[in-house]
Design a protein around this ligand. Structure first.
Ligand SMILES: [Mn+2]
Length: 144
C-alpha cells in the first residue's frame, strides 16, 4: 500500500496525465505546492515501487499498477466530494475536508460511502428529505 503522501502524488500524477497527457516534475511541484526536489525524491521512490517509470530527461510514465492505483485514488477523492456535498457540507470546505480524510478510511468504508452516495443519487427526494431534517435542526439550534 502506498503511504498517504505517495497517494497524494499518485493521485495528482494520474490527474495531470489525464488532463494534459503528461506530468512533468515542475507541474507536479506547482500542483502540490512543494519544492521540485521533493517531487524528484518521491518520483524516484514511486519508480522503485513500480508505480511509474522515471527517466530524468524523458519524464515519467505510469505503469499499469500505477494507473490502476491512481485511478482508484482519483475516484476516491471525487466520491468523497460527492458524499460531503450530498450531506450538505459547505462548498468552500469540501476540498480541504476531503484532503483531510481521504487517506484515513479503509476501502471498505469507501465502498459503503459509495453505496450511500448511490442511495441518495438514485432518488432526489431522499436528498430533499435530508435537507428537511437539516432545516429542522437549524431552527431548533436557533431557538436554543
Ligand atoms: Mn485528494
Amino acid at each position: 500500500m502506498p503511504t498517504p503522501s505517495m497517494e497524494d502524488y499518485l493521485e495528482r500524477i494520474y490527474q495531470l496525465i489525464e488532463e494534459k497527457g503528461y506530468a512533468r516534475v515542475s507541474d507536479i511541484a506547482d500542483n502540490l505546492e512543494v519544492h521540485p526536489s521533493s517531487v524528484t525524491k518521491m518520483v524516484q521512490k514511486l519508480d522503485k515501487k513500480e508505480y511509474l517509470i522515471y527517466e530524468k530527461y524523458r519524464g515519467l510514465v505510469l505503469t499499469p499498477k500505477g494507473k490502476k492505483v491512481g485511478k482508484r485514488l482519483v475516484y476516491r477523492h471525487e466520491l468523497l466530494e460527492d458524499f460531503l456535498r450530498i450531506i450538505g457540507v459547505e462548498g468552500e470546505n469540501i476540498y480541504t475536508d476531503v484532503e483531510g480524510i481521504e487517506h484515513h478510511l479503509s476501502w471498505d468504508a469507501i465502498d459503503r460511502i459509495g453505496d450511500l452516495v448511490q442511495y441518495f443519487q438514485e432518488q432526489q427526494t431522499r436528498i430533499e428529505a435530508l435537507r428537511e431534517v437539516q432545516r429542522k435542526n437549524e431552527i431548533s439550534e436557533e431557538n436554543e
